[in-house]
Design a protein around this ligand. Structure first.
Ligand code: ATP
Length: 234
């Protein structure tokens, strides 16, 4: 349902993504893995209209060229940035409510909060606390909860395991697996290939801004992925 065709993007005169042609299946969880600087976050930024690009991005066959981030979020394409990017001076609940700004979600804010608190009971306990004083895992939950308040059809999640203790990583990933089971299409950028493979249906490996491997997760052996991950540029 979401695809890129010869996508080329970067910053100023620096090209980061080189002619990426990728498909993301509806209802599937696709992991985007690759070493530092591979262009994974840049891909999410292009998909959510945050940076200009060449080539095409299609959603349900319709080109997204020129569409603004807020407009895409209103249509259900929502990015969850890494947890450190919450609004630190605002409370947990104020952060969550920001996610309910698409028009179709505004009437339903308290039901949205209830859904988020059911998934993350710890956030209910801390709803009046400043987001800047949360632990890394709690901040990641706020970032995800804020995305869920927009009632996404496609959720793009950037590095949810970054800086988290293993037990919290498991907690966050069990929520991601539940969101997939509930029918949300998920694009997951993740450095931790082991956990990424454990939840993914499909995997795209990026290196140097190019696709090095696209395959069903079930067909990929972890050591083969690591070989490709660390291979030197030709
Ligand atoms: P990581 O896993 O380290 O987050 P990544 O695969 O997500 O890496 P990107 O963040 O997409 O990689 O960065 C790809 C390249 O683009 C890097 O060389 C980075 O320095 C560069 N880059 C990222 N953001 C900017 C920016 N705002 N201005 C200029 N260059 C940038």
């Amino acid at each position: 349902m979401l695809e890129t065709q010869n996508l080329r993007a970067g910053y100023g005169h620096i090209t980061v993504l080189w002619d990426l042609s990728l498909t993301f299946r509806e209802g599937a969880l696709t992991a985007i893995v690759g070493p530092n600087g591979a262009g994974k976050t840049t891909l999410l930024r292009a998909l959510t209209g945050l940076i200009p690009y060449e080539g095409r991005i299609l959603l349900g066959g319709q080109p997204l060229a020129g569409r603004k981030t807020w407009d895409l979020a209103a249509q259900g394409l929502v990015m969850v940035p890494e947890g450190r990017l919450v609004f630190r001076d605002m409370s947990v609940e104020e952060n969550l409510c920001l996610g309910a700004y698409p028009k179709r979600c505004r009437g339903d804010v308290s039901a949205g909060l209830d859904r988020v608190y059911a998934l993350f009971p710890r956030l209910r306990e801390r709803r009046t606390q400043a987001a800047g004083s949360l632990s890394g895992g709690e901040a990641q939950m706020v970032a995800m909860g804020r995305g869920l308040m927009s009632q996404p059809k496609i959720l793009l999640i950037d590095e949810p395991s970054l800086g988290l203790a293993p037990v919290i990583v498991n907690e966050v990933f069990s929520i991601i697996a539940r969101l997939k089971e509930a029918g949300t299409t998920i694009l997951l950028v993740e450095q931790n290939t082991r956990v990424a493979l454990s939840v993914a249906d499909d995997v795209h490996l990026l290196r140097g801004g190019q696709v090095r491997l696209s395959a069903p997760a079930a067909d990929i052996a972890l050591d083969r992925l690591h070989d490709l991950y660390f291979a030197r540029e030709a």
